[in-house]
Design a protein around this ligand. Structure first.
Ligand code: AMP
Length: 640
């Protein structure tokens, strides 16, 4: 197999001999019908992988393993929020998934129908995802931390035939009722959802709407023991959509295929994540994010591993007591070999008693993988010293579905470099281009836009859900004269191909590893009657990487004329964002100004605002129509 070659050879082959390389990787999964064409790129940028082949994600993630490892743990649920822990073997997981699939089918859900999943981190969420892929329904998981307006816009775009939800989530022991947010979203949405399947955890009241809402517990009982065969799907059939933020206020539905995704994840589990079948994988992400899709649910299960689904904070124990060692206790208990988290979580742990890391036997752990935001050197050094295992930074996006840049230690051991997520992964032809001219930057240490030359590898998004034009215009036309996929990240590369990511080229911000569009937050703030205009920027933060800062111009300046008035209005505006978008999107501060920095042609200078907030030079101010606007912001941020 190609794995015996050096990584450089393998990567080279994955590009130069693309078809042979991926045909080989495709043997990692089971096909019902073999594919007849590996890569169809006749109509770029719409690449179709493994055409002619039929397969099924759920079959490969669950059924395939029942014969050989039926009694082995598949899904381990640990909730420090409600103090519960439950393990499902592959056989039990299959039964649960078939039960859920039977409910969906009995309610008329068919292949191609969308099912929107708005759930906390409970096993039923995973059952619902796998039940959808089992019967060919397209799932669209919406992060449970989003509130009614965010949820409504996603419901409108996905047009689901069913929503699966639960009475409540829980955060730091505080119940967060989901049903009122969901009911509000269903009311706001122009698309009317005919059926809502509700899981009752007994945490919050769950008022049911007659004729629309269904109780999972009762239906599950009805379908106990149900046998639901998998539906064999074309490799290119849509498995799911997941919404992500971009430059506009309207989130994009990232659409993924079936066969390509399964192959890419299966390969990544061994080449990148060093996992072996029968071992345990622990990703601390949430199923509402792409990491949760790829590396809580599908990746580990495709590879025959047990996966831990963790509901709770990293610093709270099973009885609600402070416990900074909770994750490490799970590593010991379940002999976790690969763990995946985000730099923000590590920064939280770093503030705790260092003894927490010495309490448990962590000898099973091979590596800790961190992604989602830049990994700063102090955080990386601290955790590496504390754990004594390699810390593997990996860079990717919702769009890619699996790492673009990292180190494939499963192919060949290579050193990691602080500050760099690593080198290009198999199938990724990564380049740096000059933003203005589109010219490729071939010299080391030149700063450019990180782009990927098509065809994109398996697992990458197929298109924007129901909007091919948006896919092409957003991602493939941003660099002049070149049809390449833009990541919208700045980067540089050193002599040996290690990339360094320097932040986004667009208005996307990254708060504690959560990707947010500043435009969505601006739109939400603008919905308050007092606001005339508002700018939101991402500002560097020691703990969260970035936080959102808002600067608003009021219709009536009298409202913020006194410090008390300003504080009250700031609180009101934060509540608006919290109730519409969710607490994750709430700005750290909302400050009031009489005007915002703009060019003479009226373009808002968000980068100037950001620079001022971060105490950097704001650059050339001659393009600004009214330089006093910059001074106002300087004065405000000077008094924190
Ligand atoms: P998301 O789609 O939520 O995964 O966010 C993707 C964005 O997060 C990327 O475009 C980067 O801006 C940032 N990002 C993700 N992983 C890393 C990393 N390892 N280093 C630096 N930035 C990252």
């Amino acid at each position: 197999m190609a794995e015996r070659s050096t990584y450089a050879e393998l990567h080279q082959r994955s590009l130069a001999d693309r078809e042979a390389y991926w045909a080989e990787q495709a043997q990692r999964i089971e096909w019902h019908t073999p594919f007849t064409r590996v890569c169809n790129n006749d109509n770029p940028p719409f690449t179709r992988w493994f055409e002619g082949g039929t397969t099924n994600l759920c079959h490969n993630a669950v059924d395939r393993h029942v014969a050989t490892r039926g009694d082995q743990n598949a899904l381990v649920w640990v909730s420090t929020e409600v103090g519960q822990e439950r393990a499902y073997s592959y056989r039990e997981l299959q039964a649960e998934v078939m039960g859920m699939a039977a409910i969906l089918q009995a309610q008329g859900v068919k292949q191609g129908d969308r099912v929107l999943i708005y759930m906390p981190m409970i096993p039923e969420a995973v059952f619902a995802m796998l039940a959808c892929t089992r019967i060919g329904a397209v799932h669209s998981v919406v992060f449970g931390g989003f509130a009614s307006v965010s949820l409504a816009s996603r419901i409108e775009d996905a047009e689901p035939v069913m929503v699966v939800s639960a009475d409540a989530g829980s955060r730091a022991g505080k119940v967060v009722p989901y049903k009122p947010l969901l009911d509000e979203a269903l009311k706001l949405s122009a698309h009317k959802v005919p059926q809502v399947l509700m899981v009752n955890r007994g945490l919050a009241p769950m008022p049911m709407t007659e004729g629309r809402d269904l109780d999972y517990t009762a239906l599950r009982e009805q379908h106990r023991g149900a046998q639901v065969p998998v539906v064999w799907l074309d490799s290119t059939a849509i498995s799911y959509t997941i919404y992500t933020s971009g430059t506009t206020g309207r989130p994009k539905g990232v659409q993924r295929d079936t066969g390509g995704y399964a192959v890419a994840l299966a390969a990544s589990m061994e080449q990148i994540f060093l996992g072996q079948p029968g071992e345990t994988y622990f990703s601390t992400s949430d199923i509402g994010w792409v990491v949760g899709h790829s590396y809580i649910v599908y990746g580990p299960l495709l590879h025959g591993m047990a996966t831990i689904l963790y509901e709770g904070l990293p610093i709270r124990g099973m009885n609600g007591e402070p416990d900074a060692a909770i994750w490490w206790s799970l590593v010991e208990k379940y002999k976790v070999t690969a763990m995946f988290s985000a730099p923000t979580a590590v920064r939280v742990l770093k503030k705790q008693d260092p003894a927490a890391l010495k309490k448990h036997d962590l000898s099973s752990l091979r590596a800790l993988f961190l992604a989602g935001e830049p990994l700063d050197e102090p955080t990386a050094s601290w955790i590496s010293g504390a754990l004594g295992v390699p810390i593997i930074d990996n860079y990717w996006q919702t769009e890619s579905g699996w790492p673009i840049l990292t180190i494939a230690n499963g192919v060949e051991r290579k050193e990691s470099r602080f500050g760099s997520p690593g080198i290009a992964m198999p199938g990724y032809d990564v380049k740096l281009l000059d933003e203005q001219t589109g010219e490729e930057l071939t010299q080391p240490h030149q700063k450019g836009v990180v782009v990927i030359e098509g065809p994109l590898p398996p697992g990458f998004m197929q298109t924007v859900w129901r909007d091919d034009a948006r896919f092409v215009n957003t991602y493939w036309k941003s660099v002049p004269g070149k049809m390449v996929y833009s990541t919208f990240d700045w980067g540089i590369r050193d002599e040996e191909g290690y990339y360094f990511i320097l932040g986004r080229t667009d208005d996307v911000i990254n708060v504690a590893g959560h990707r947010l569009g500043t435009r969505e937050i601006e739109e939400s703030l603008s919905s308050h009657a007092a606001v005339a205009e508002v700018a939101v920027v991402g500002v560097a933060d020691q703990l969260k990487g970035q936080v959102a800062m808002a600067f608003a111009v009021l219709k009536d300046t009298a409202r913020a004329a006194t410090p008390e008035g300003a504080l009250q209005l700031e609180g009101e505006l934060m509540k608006v964002v919290e109730s519409q978008l969710g607490a994750v999107a709430r700005p750290a501060r909302v400050r009031f100004v009489t005007a915002l920095p703009k060019t003479r042609s009226g373009k808002m200078l968000r980068r100037v605002i950001q620079a001022v907030c971060e105490g950097r030079e704001a650059g050339d101010l001659t393009t600004i129509e009214d330089p006093s606007t910059v001074q106002q912001i300087k004065d405000l941020v000077a008094v924190r």
